[in-house]
Design a protein around this ligand. Structure first.
Ligand SMILES: Nc1nc2c(c(=O)[nH]1)N[C@H]1C(S)=C(S)[C@@H](COP(=O)(O)OP(=O)(O)OC[C@H]3O[C@@H](n4cnc5c(=O)[nH]c(N)nc54)[C@H](O)[C@@H]3O)O[C@H]1N2
Ligand SMILES: Nc1nc2c(c(=O)[nH]1)N[C@H]1C(S)=C(S)[C@@H](COP(=O)(O)OP(=O)(O)OC[C@H]3O[C@@H](n4cnc5c(=O)[nH]c(N)nc54)[C@H](O)[C@@H]3O)O[C@H]1N2
Ligand code: SF4
Ligand SMILES: [Mo]
Length: 714
């Protein structure tokens, strides 16, 4: 039996794997082990499915095509590394270091993301390095930085067993972080005084299990948080001693709240006043408040403001830095936390350092033994702008690893165009058939979960080691090995690692003295069990909660109140586009289905995409359940069967983004979703797009455009 962690979501469940001659016979979990105490959701429980392992779709050898009209040919690793070494060196010499870029993923382990950061930001010297975390957690990162002075969720899962009120806002955690949600529910059932509040425009699984569901208008979370804060302030519900000791800017915050018009806020949220009364009542006593939030707050052009408004509510109530309290951003991917720690967003460096800070650059350059000024001082391009720079031919070569942007990026026709315009597209994945791989000049075969050793950090800052259980098929290699191999082929020093433990050792030491200090997490210790950072020295037992001493990471050590305003989403509802489209997830699929699409138990439960619509809207439009509907926006269109349900607000429709062009030419909803971004975090607004809905009968001009764009996929 081997101990491992689930490779899907950021809960980071511990699993036990029974093996017989290199294949998994049983997946289970130990009741005594946190965080999951024996529980696994459907995704974790089906990890042994042969669909994922014995598939002809595994990528098992490097493949190269020397020109776009030639087929990909299998090559050895030496040939692949030589080819890439030469191409990347020539492109860098001819077009400059900023002609190359990386687009990565919170699903690679810390070792791999760390080495990609070292290679791109250090050796190649470009900050054009961003990841799918830009679509996911960048508003949460900026929200923490703005209020607390640095990134890092202050809370831990143990807080669930101390909280009195759970505020779940913009998260459908009953299906997206199922095991954590079960823990919340267990606490609710055993403790009748506990309250669960869910704020979501849809009556989701999560909302169905809540005591109070507040179906706010999409995009109105800032107004909701301010309304609650204002009403609580009115009844003097604030923690004066915490505010005085540990915060700054409260007077301006208080003045703003007092000036804000209650009716205008209520109108902005478009909610029955009784719901607000219920929330205020639940929070009016001195209760421990634990808030969970995710993409309903982050994926918005007001994503940072939404985060800040919620965190400030906690600051007003002093609900932070003690058991059972705090704003807890749920991390989606298994190692998006580790990715942030190694600095894989375009403005970051390892150890929560920043490229704009000269001391930070110097510390990292010294550790990497690079000449001064090797790392550029300006942030590189964030995801959406990075793909646009490919269209504009400003960036010419892109290395993609562990992500499928043709399906998951907004305005996917533009992404397809970007990949077509690129001179060199490298894609590194475990599987052969993905929508993105169809555009690659070089395909690099990655070992998947179970086939390599690596480290990941879960939502609660818990660092776990995932052990190799069996060899990868044929020539597939761990991600860290691949980048090190190519870096060496280009002649760069500092990539001579023998094992992933060597990489981990270098990274953990580079975090010494930083907010996310992991210097005390030696491999020997991690082999014994996971640890929570900060963990600065070898006998340190790790840290469950941050800010327990009331000191924050701002220059004054005080948490900052700032003024934020409710503003409308980027796209406007009009006669031409009268509905709001919001997008998200279903229980049984993981993102672009490269794995879950191969697992019959999951596929059977969620076999095809659908569009959720309120019965009165369906009636008005003359639509019926199961009818195929075109969802048309100013960017493009997608199609899905209609599911009529009264769990959604009127004039709002919902569709999941799991089904890409390989499922059906028109099933990718991101062909319609726009790419407007938050001004601070640069996270795109994936939760609000103006659309019109039509029965599938007529042919729109978009159909032709998309058909052309997708020819290459068939
Ligand atoms: N089954 C499954 N689980 C997953 C994943 C998966 O693909 N499948 N992916 C993982 C990843 S990477 C992530 S990031 C997480 C995402 O986890 P979640 O954020 O929980 O999932 P989503 O479905 O994207 O969005 C959550 C909810 O936001 C609501 N929402 C939309 N607009 C607004 C708004 O303006 N305000 C509020 N308050 N709510 C709004 C939607 O109705 C939706 O129910 O899930 C992780 N877990
Ligand atoms: N409309 C809309 N779009 C969205 C969202 C939304 O809510 N609405 N959510 C966004 C969010 S939060 C996220 S996180 C993204 C996710 O979007 P993606 O990152 O594109 O989704 P995945 O399907 O998880 O892609 C992971 C890829 O990595 C491969 N892979 C798995 N393990 C490994 C490994 O160990 N090594 C390598 N090299 N490859 C591996 C998989 O086969 C797969 O091809 O989607 C975003 N897009
Ligand atoms: S809750 Fe997340 S980590 Fe746990 S089994 Fe399910 S997908 Fe895996
Ligand atoms: Mo995510």
């Amino acid at each position: 039996m081997k101990q491992s962690i689930c490779p899907y979501c950021g809960v980071g469940c511990q699993i036990q794997v029974s093996l017989e001659s290199d294949s998994i016979t049983r997946i289970g979990a130990d009741k005594t082990q946190r965080p999951n105490h024996g529980m696994l959701c459907a995704k974790g429980a089906t990890l042994k499915s042969p669909g994922m392992w014995d598939t002809a779709d595994r990528l098992t050898t490097p493949l190269i095509r020397t020109s776009r009209n030639k087929p990909l040919q299998p090559v050895t690793w030496d040939e692949a590394a030589d080819f890439l070494g030469q191409r990347l060196t020539t492109m860098r010499q001819e077009h400059g270091r900023d002609s190359l870029a990386y687009y990565g993923s919170g699903q690679l382990d810390t070792e791999a993301s760390y080495l990609f950061t070292k290679f791109f930001k250090g050796s190649l010297g470009t900050n054009h390095m961003d990841t799918n975390s830009r679509l996911c957690m960048s508003s949460a990162v900026a929200g923490y930085v703005q209020t607390f002075g640095s990134d890092g969720p202050p809370t831990c899962y143990d807080d669930i067993s101390h909280a009195d009120v759970f505020l779940i806002i913009g998260s459908n955690m009953a299906i997206t972080h199922p095991v954590l949600y079960k823990l919340i529910h267990k606490r609710r059932i055993k403790n009748p005084h506990v309250r669960i509040i869910t704020v979501d425009p849809r009556k989701t699984q999560t909302a169905k299990g809540a005591d109070i569901h507040v179906p706010i208008k999409p995009g109105s979370d800032v107004a909701f948080c301010q309304l609650i804060a204002k009403r609580l302030l009115k009844i003097n519900r604030l923690d004066e001693s915490f505010i005085r000791r540990s915060t700054e800017g409260f007077d301006e915050y208080q003045t703003q709240l007092r000036w804000l018009d209650e009716r205008a806020l209520l109108e902005a949220c478009d909610i029955h006043p009784a719901r607000i009364d219920e929330v205020v009542y639940a929070l009016s006593d001195d209760v421990r408040l634990l808030s969970f939030y995710c993409q309903g707050t982050n994926q918005s052009i007001r994503g940072v403001d939404k985060n800040v408004a919620l965190i400030q509510l906690h600051m007003q109530l002093g609900e932070i830095g003690k058991p059972g309290a705090g704003p807890f951003s749920l991390t989606g991917q298994p190692n998006a936390m580790g990715g942030r720690e190694v600095g894989y967003l375009s403005h970051q460096l390892p150890g929560y350092r920043l490229v704009t800070n000269s001391d930070h650059r110097k510390a990292v350059e010294q550790s990497w033994q690079l000449p001064p000024n090797s790392i550029q001082p300006q942030p590189g391009l964030p995801a959406v702008a990075l793909f646009e720079a490919l269209v504009q031919k400003q960036i010419k070569g892109l290395w993609i690893a562990g992500t499928n942007p043709v399906v998951s990026m907004p305005d996917s026709n533009r992404v397809i165009k970007a990949l077509k315009m690129a001179e060199l597209v490298i894609a590194q994945d475990c599987y052969r058939q993905t929508e993105t791989n169809a555009f690659a000049d070089v395909l690099l075969p990655a070992a998947q979960w179970g086939e390599k050793t690596g480290t990941m950090t879960s939502s609660e800052r818990l660092v776990s080691r995932s052990e190799k259980m069996f060899d990868p098929p044929k020539l597939a290699k761990p991600d860290w090995w691949i980048v090190a191999r190519v870096a060496r082929a280009m002649g760069f020093k500092g990539f001579d690692y023998e094992t992933s433990d060597d990489v981990w050792d270098e990274f953990r030491q580079l975090t010494a003295g930083t907010v996310c200090d992991q210097a005390g997490m030696t491999t020997k210790r991690l082999k014994r069990g996971p640890l929570q950072w900060p963990c600065p020295w070898a006998r340190h037992s790790g840290t469950a909660r941050l800010y327990t001493n009331g000191k924050f990471n701002t220059p004054s050590h005080r948490a900052r109140f700032t003024t934020v305003y409710m503003r409308d989403p980027a796209q406007k509802i009009s006669e031409q586009f009268p509905f709001v489209l919001t997008t998200g997830r279903v229980a049984n699929h993981w993102h672009t289905r490269t794995r879950t699409g191969k697992i019959p138990q999951l596929n059977d439960r969620d076999p095809a995409p659908y569009l959720e619509m309120h019965p009165l809207d369906a009636q008005q439009l003359g639509f019926e359940s199961d009818q195929m509907i075109r969802i048309v926006s100013q960017h493009g269109e997608a199609r899905a069967a209609l599911r009529v349900t009264d769990t959604i607000r009127r004039r709002l429709v919902f569709m999941a983004f799991h089904w890409g062009q390989l499922f059906d030419t028109y099933s990718n909803i991101n062909a319609a979703v726009g790419s407007e971004v938050d001004a601070v975090s640069k996270q795109p607004e994936l939760k609000f797009c103006a659309v019109r809905l039509e029965p599938v009968v007529t042919v729109s001009p978009f159909v032709q455009i998309r058909t052309q764009a997708l020819e290459v996929l068939v």
